[in-house]
Structures are given as C-alpha cells and as structure tokens.
Design a protein. Structure first.
Length: 261
C-alpha cells in the first residue's frame, strides 16, 4: 500500500511538472510573438530602457572594472617569470571582450533587473492591477511583459560594450601602475591580438542573456501567488535561475560558436 502511494505521488508530481513546463513555454511563445507591441507601448518601453540601461550602468562598470583589474594582476604575475608580460594586453583584451565583459554584465543585470521585474509584476498581481487590465480589455503580457523583455534584450549590447571598454581601460591602469608594463606595448599587444571574430563572439551572447533574464523574471512575477511570502520566494528563485542560466548559456553559446568558427 505504501509503495503504491509513493508511485501515485511520483506520477502526480511528474504530471504537475510537465504542466509547469508547458505553461512556461506557452508564456515564452506568447511574449515573443507579441514583441511588436514594444513599439506600440513605446513610452513604457523607453522607461524600461532607462531603468534597465542607465540605472544599471554603474553596477556593470564597477563589477567589470574590478574583475578586469584582478585578471590583469593575476596574469601579469603568472607571465612575469617567463618574461612574457608584454602579452598581457592581448590576453586581457580577448578575455574581457569574449567572456568577462558579457558574463559579468549578465550576472549583474540578472541580479538587479531580474529581481526588479519580478517585484514589479508580482506586486501588480497581488494588488489586482493585472485583473484590472484584463477587465479593461488590455492584455497584460503585451502591455507590461513585452516592453520589459524587449528592453532587457536590447540594453545588454550597449551595456556590454561600455563594460568591455571600461574593463580594458581598468586592466591597462593596473598593468602600467602595478606591473610596470609600458603603456604603448600594452595597447600594441592588444591591437595585435584582437580580431573581428573576438568582437563578434562578445556581442552575440548579451542579447541571449537579456532574453533569458526578461522571460524568467516576468514569468515568476506574472504567476506569483502566496502574498508577501510568495513574492520573496519568486524574487529568490528568479535571481538564482537567471544567474545560473547566464552561466549555462555562456557555456552553450561558447561551445556552439567555437564549433562553427
């Protein structure tokens, strides 16, 4: 009897899990198929650009700057015994543009923007603002979700470009002041080691991170239940899943891109 109960419980949980996956895919499909409404509600979209882009810029710059300086310092110390410190500019530039800049920016935006989206949408659900939109014949996904997901995708590219630029400048500062590397040699090494492929790889990843962050955080906010406790749980799950998702997507995209190239 106990074994039959366990099997029945497992079957029910498996069924509920399949329903959850179906709901997530349905939500993602409806959101992506409604992306044109980002221009229809352009004021809300522009507001999200400011919130997710301008207000998050300082965080992305600070995180990438310190990570790049540590990278330069560590590699400089490792290369010094071999007399290869002049290669530091090339190594740091490739690392920052292809990996450090996009990934660190993605993680920072996942924490900041992800929690903000789920809190905003979740609060609207709990205060019945979503029900009010439905009562007036407005689709909440087109009116609220699409502008946030669209902005999350688009702002990742300029954020990453700025973060990459500041990260390289920060590594240059660390190299000339703490490692004694000549400034001109640093920039010559960097220019000699960078190719169009490196820039392409560094710019392909960020939009996918933004899509992941926007969809996951919006879904958890839109399907929230359980009051304040549910809101806190949804925010925690969003930050965890988006952060891990950025790392996992970085691995998948890198593997695919390197296979193609």
């Amino acid at each position: 009897m106990y074994q039959k109960t366990q099997i029945l419980t497992f079957d029910v949980l498996k069924f509920l899990h399949l329903i959850e996956i179906k709901n997530r895919l349905k939500f993602a499909f409806k959101t992506l198929s409604s992306m044109g409404n980002a221009f229809r509600y352009r004021e809300e979209t522009a507001r999200q650009f400011y919130i997710m882009g301008v207000q998050a810029l300082f965080l992305a710059i600070v995180a990438t700057s310190f990570t790049s300086m540590v990278l330069a310092f560590e590699w400089g110390k490792k290369l010094e015994p071999f007399g290869a410190k002049l290669l530091l500019g090339r190594i740091v530039a490739i690392s920052v543009i292809r990996e450090i800049g996009p990934m660190v920016t993605g993680l920072m935006i996942a924490a900041r923007t992800g929690s903000k989206i789920v809190s905003e949408i979740g609060n609207m659900v709990l205060t019945e603002q979503i029900d009010a939109l439905n009562a007036f014949g407005l689709d909440p996904i087109k009116r609220l979700i699409v502008p946030r997901v669209f902005a999350s995708i688009v702002v990742m590219i300029p954020l990453t470009i700025i973060a990459d630029t500041v990260g390289i400048i920060s590594s240059w500062f660390a190299a000339i002041h703490w490692l004694g590397i000549d400034s001109e040699f640093f920039w010559l090494s960097m220019r000699g080691g960078l190719f169009v492929k490196d820039l392409t790889i560094g710019l392909i990843k960020p939009p996918f991170y933004g899509l992941l962050i926007g969809l996951v955080s919006s879904y958890y906010g839109y399907t929230i239940h359980g009051g304040a406790e549910g809101l806190g749980k949804a925010a925690t799950n969003t930050v965890v899943l988006t952060s891990v998702g950025v790392l996992f997507m970085d691995f998948i995209l890198t593997r695919i891109i390197l296979t193609i190239y």
